[in-house]
Design a protein around this ligand. Sequence first.
Ligand code: CTP
Ligand code: CA
Length: 225
Amino acid sequence: KNNLGQSKPLKGKKALVSAGPTHEAIDPVRFIGNHSSGKMGFAIAEKLNALGADVTLVSGPTSLATPIGVNRIDITSAKQLLDVCIDEFPNSDITVMSAAVADYTPEEVATQKIKKKEDHFSIALKKTTDILATLGQLKKDDQLLVGFALETNNEIENAKDKLKRKNLDFIVLNSMQDKGAGFAHDTNKVTVIDQTGEIIHFDLKSKDAVATDLCDIIASQIQSK
Ligand code: CTP
Ligand code: CA
């Protein structure tokens, strides 16, 4: 049945969207983070809701307001995000992993504020679990899984590799080449690569407009699931 002509093509579908950075604690007052604003993921959550989906937004620390009608779960660390995603994923028809998840986290969190001593100081880090790859392994045929890729070189090749390795339906490549795209900007320039190898280049546009483009692809792909 084709719902694409309807105003709410995702009615009856459940969606899980992750957004924002993670913060990995070093001690009670410090963390390792990144510059993700969460805007892209929040815009996607809002758009999926507008298309009729029942949306759960899992957000790292951001200053953004929850889109009306969207359920929000706040997390801080990559581990907390993993736990929420594992819980929510089995009930989710559409999952979009737009969070900027830390790749490494401190091996130990100091219980007291670390005092300055030597001139040089290093912190031992360990790899976090790849949440998207974990969900890719759990994915059933009727579930749609979307990931992002941030690359500075060999962009298409690296994104294709992530698409395959993480068992995604499509991957959204963030172009870092363009000024005005990516972290801390209101605009973004993306390239979508799907499982058939089709590559769609989009122009630089507002993150809301990018969200509309991505949700159109989601609505079309979910029909053939
Ligand atoms: N991702 C994830 N869990 C992680 C790291 C990344 O779920 N521990 C997800 C991101 O949310 C994104 C996708 O994986 O949707 C790709 O993230 P990216 O940082 O581009 O790729 P990595 O696989 O982490 O590889 P690298 O940073 O080395 O390029
Ligand atoms: Ca990474």
